[in-house]
Design a protein around this ligand. Sequence first.
Ligand code: CDP
Length: 206
Amino acid sequence: MIVTIDGVAASGKSSVSGGVARALGVPFISSGLLYRAATLLGLEARLDLHSAPALLAHLHTHPLRLEPLAQGNRVWQEGRELTDELHSSRVDRGVSVVAVLPEVRAWVDAQLRALPSPFVAEGRDMGTNVFPHAGAKFYLTASPHIRAQRRAHERPEDVPAIEAALIHRDELDRVQSAPAADAVVIDTGPLTLNGVIQTILAQLPE
Ligand code: CDP
């Protein structure tokens, strides 16, 4: 079975998906890492991030591979591991520009659909576009301020700067971020990480 966990930026998707996947004994797939890796390669090659042909040509000559390990996903570009470089503020700033390109989305979707199930898939459009027939779908939200406070532990900027950047990215990601009609929406604001994981596990079909 496939479980999808979508949600807005810094809503806790990766940590929650990892916890749910470990409880189920299946891998989780972090789709955002492929968008982030495509952005990093585009920045390094000084490509125009608005240009799908330039990005796609580069991705074909520099193939990326997502490794969906239970303890955390890794991304490889041939023998080079990119994982640790994917969460910089510069990638945060560029990724929504890249993720809006239909050609890039099709490239990510094809890689995700080729992975063997069962798994937990997290991102923005896992339940709507990529795995519409998933067995269970969830959508995580929280206020921008709470999300910025959480992300402040992972970025050098202060909370107001992070909050402004998150609100801007929410806006840029809005088109692909709508919850599936059949997703269970969870406000993670008042919950601990384990509280969100347990809420999801309690609602999974037998
Ligand atoms: O948690 P956060 O949103 O910061 O990171 P992420 O899940 O790694 O997603 C990074 C970016 O990738 C998002 O801001 C979207 O622009 C894009 N993305 C997307 O468009 N569709 C997905 N399924 C996953 C990510």
